[in-house]
Design a protein around this ligand. Sequence first.
Ligand SMILES: O=c1ccn([C@@H]2O[C@H](COP(=O)(O)O)[C@@H](O)[C@H]2O)c(=O)[nH]1
Length: 482
Amino acid sequence: MNFFDKLSQAIAQNQSLLFVGLDPNPEMMPARYTSSDIISSLWDWLQFIIAETAEQVCVYKPTLGFYQALGIPGLELLQKTLASIPAHIPVILDAKHSDLNTSTIFARTVFSKWNVDAITLSPYAGQDNVAPFLVYPGKAVFVLCCTSNSAAEPLQQFPTTETPFYLQVVKESKNWGTPEQLGLEVGTTKPDIFARIRADAPERIIMARSIWAEGGNLNQVLAAGLNTNGEGLLIPVPQDMLSSTELSQEVQSLNAQINQAKTEIIQDISSCSLWLPDVCFLDQHPQQDLILQLYDIGCIIFGNYVQASGATFPYYVDLRKIISNPQVFNQVIIAYEEILVNLNFDRLAGIPYGSLPTATGLSLRLQCPMIFPRKEVKAHGTRRVIEGDFHPGETVAVVDDILISGKSVMEGAEKLKSAGLNVNDIVVFIDHEHGVKDRLRENGYQGHAVLTISEITQTLYQAGRINDEQFSALKEVQSPSD
Ligand SMILES: O=c1ccn([C@@H]2O[C@H](COP(=O)(O)O)[C@@H](O)[C@H]2O)c(=O)[nH]1
C-alpha cells in the first residue's frame, strides 16, 4: 500500500492527525528508565511510547540523527524500533537528507532495506536530491520548507517578508512530486506561516513541527493549516508528553481536542466556500498519481493550441518534458512496459522526436534493440531512412507519445514497412480518442494506449486541478455538440 493510502487509513482508523517522534535522546529520557545500559533504557522508553500511542496516532517519526549519535548500537536500535511499529501505521524517517552524492544509495537503504514509508529531505540541493527518493513507487518525501529556529529567519524570510524564500521552496517543490508523493515540513509557531503555505499548496500534506513552543496555539494552527476538507495537516505529540507515565490518556485527550477543533473548522469552511476535493475519489484511476504528476510538471497545459491538422484544441500535451523529471519518466516507462510485455516484437521503434527518449528508456528496460525512422533524410552522410540495425522480416513495435489523427505514427510505421519490417502494434501514452484507433485498425495497425484523454480529464477534474470551464472545454472536444 502506498504511503498516502496507508496514512489515510491510519488517520481514519485511529481518528487522529497526531504523529509521534520516536527519538532515543538520552537527554529527554525520563529518569525512571535510567540504567547502566543506555541502549536498553532507551529501547524500553521507545517501547512504552509505541505501546501507549499505537491506537492514538497516524504516523511514527523516528529521527535518524538520534540513532546515528548512538553509533552502531543506535542503528541496531533503529532496526528494532522500526520492526516494532504496528504495520498499519506509516513511518516517516526524519533524516533531513541533503547530500546529492549519497541520495541514490540512501534512498535504496531507507526504502528497500529499512522499508520506511516516507522521509524528510532538505530542499537546498533542489529536485536532483529529491528525484532518487521518488523512483520508489508508493513512497513519499517531506520537503523541509520552514523551521522555527530564529537564526534561520535571514534565510527563510529572504528577500522580503512578502516574498519569503520558504514560499519559493513550496512553489518549486510542488513541481517535484504529486501531492501523494511529496508533502511539506513546516516548523513554526506562527499560524500566518501555515496560512500562507496552505494558500499556496492547498493539496499538500503539511507536517507541522515546533507548534508547541511559546505555549502553542493549537486552534489557530489548525484553522490555518488544515485544508478545506479538514485534513492534510499532521500534528506532533508534544515532546514533554512523552515523559509522562499517563502518556496514553494525555495523547487521547489532545486528540479529542484536535478532533473537536477540526469539526468546528470544517463546519465554518462548509458554510463559506465550496472547494472540490482532490483526494477523496470514489472511483480512483489506477494511474491517478501519474496523471496528477504529469499535470503538476506542466505536461498537460490549457489554452488554445493549434494541432498539425489545423484544428484548435483547448489543451496541449507536452510529454517531452518528462525527460527532465526522472521519477515521472520512470513511471511513464513502467506504464508503457505493462502494455509492451504482452506483445510480440523483435525491435522497438520510436517516432522522432517526441518519443525517442521513451523508446530509448524502454529499450534499456526491456533489453530490446531499438531503431527509429528518420523524420527527414539527410542529403549527406549515410542518407539512412532508418537509424539502428535491423533485419528485413523482423517485427517492430512502434512507440509514440500521443495519437491525435494518427498521421505521424502511421507515416513512421510506413517507413519501417518500406524497409521490409513488419509493424502490427502501435503503443502510445495518450489516446485522444475520436476514432483514431479505428483509423489505425483500418490501416492494419493495432493501437494501444496507457491513457485516454477522457480518463485524464476525469482525474484532473476530480482532483480539483482543472476548473469547471476547463473540464467543459475538454468534454466539448471529446464529444463536440455539432
Ligand atoms: O497535444 C498534442 C498534440 C500533438 N502532439 C504531437 O503530434 C503528434 C500526434 O499528432 P497526430 O495528429 O496523431 O500525428 C504526436 O506525435 C506529438 O508529437 C503533441 O505532442 N501533443
